[in-house]
Design a protein around this ligand. Structure first.
Ligand SMILES: *[C@@H]1O[C@H](CO)[C@@H](O)[C@H](O)[C@H]1NC(C)=O
Ligand SMILES: *[C@@H]1O[C@H](CO)[C@@H](O)[C@H](O)[C@H]1NC(C)=O
Ligand SMILES: *[C@@H]1O[C@H](CO)[C@@H](O)[C@H](O)[C@H]1NC(C)=O
Length: 266
């Protein structure tokens, strides 16, 4: 069942989605994340969705010993910093876990993160997740399923050489109602099949599907679902991209028809 978020809206629903890692490869200073927080303070979206991992296992700063505390306390401090800087901003923050997060469980589907404190405007969700925001269902997984499927998919259509490969890959998720329709999975994805049956399926079809990938960003309408790959907020040694989504009210057109999405560079 989707997590429910109710927002009192005067006008369009605005959502910002950014996918980790949130710091560049050789620091733990999180400059791209700070820039995003400033963007959120200025533009005041209703919802900010952040998907892990916050930093990569192979982060150079960590390997050279710049982290002087446990992974757990570092992560708690990171979340504290985000929530403190957004204290006076009317934004609901949703943080999705990733099995690639150094301090977290390396299993997929991945349980939500946990921290010591509690924030009224912060929700931790598992990976994958479905989120119902005033009736708009957003689904996402932090796994790079597009990239993983692209290595294995074989497709030939002699009648159409310009076929839309990304669209076809993403359509497998919607058709099979699964957030990870690849079996056997990629070697670095530890799937728990029992959890997968319960938490890896799409109980309802999302209106918006977020699939962060190392492949190039895109926004596409597939089977009446808006599929978005916002790429990552930090890419190697430089800042990356995030997505800004705006849903206008109304019931006459389809949800895709009244949704606008922009990929922004940080
Ligand atoms: C939480 O959000 C509400 C409105 O949704 C806002 O009034 C309040 O200041 C926020 N609280 C904190 C601690 O950020
Ligand atoms: C699956 O995706 C992950 C993350 O991008 C990548 O590290 C891994 O090599 C991929 N596996 C395959 C078989 O493509
Ligand atoms: C070829 O594929 C593209 C992308 O999916 C589509 O827009 C186009 O209509 C297709 N052309 C034919 C002749 O089927």
């Amino acid at each position: 069942m989707p997590f429910i978020l109710t927002i009192i809206l005067a006008n369009n629903l605005q959502i910002v989605v950014a996918c980790g890692p949130f710091t560049i490869q050789d620091t733990i200073a999180f400059e791209p994340l700070n820039d995003l927080i400033n963007y959120v303070k200025e533009n005041k979206p209703h919802v900010l969705i952040l998907t892990g991992p916050f930093y990569e296992k192979n982060n150079q700063a960590i390997h050279t010993g710049k982290l002087r505390q446990s992974f757990d306390s570092f992560f708690t401090e990171l979340v504290d910093t985000i929530m403190t800087s957004l204290e006076n901003v009317d934004v609901k923050v949703v943080i999705a876990s990733s099995q690639r997060e150094p301090h977290h469980y390396p299993v997929y589907p991945t349980p939500p993160y946990e921290i010591k404190g509690r924030y009224a405007n912060l929700t931790f969700v598992p990976d994958p997740f479905l989120l119902d925001i005033n009736g708009v269902v957003v689904g996402a997984t932090t796994q790079d399923i597009l990239f993983n499927m692209s290595t294995f998919e074989i497709h030939l259509d002699k009648t159409n050489s310009s076929a839309d490969r990304m669209g076809r890959l993403a359509s497998h998720l919607l058709e099979q109602q699964s957030f990870y329709p690849l079996d056997p999975p990629s070697k670095d994805v530890c799937i728990d099949m029992t959890l997968m049956e319960k938490f890896g399926v799409m109980g309802v079809k999302p209106h918006i599907l977020i699939l962060p990938s190392n492949l190039r960003y895109f926004v596409k309408e597939i089977n009446e679902c808006l599929v978005i790959n916002p790429e990552r907020l930090a890419k190697g040694y430089s800042g990356g991209t995030f997505a800004r989504i705006e849903v206008s009210p109304g019931s006459t057109t389809t949800l895709c028809g009244r949704t606008a999405c922009q990929i922004m560079r940080i």
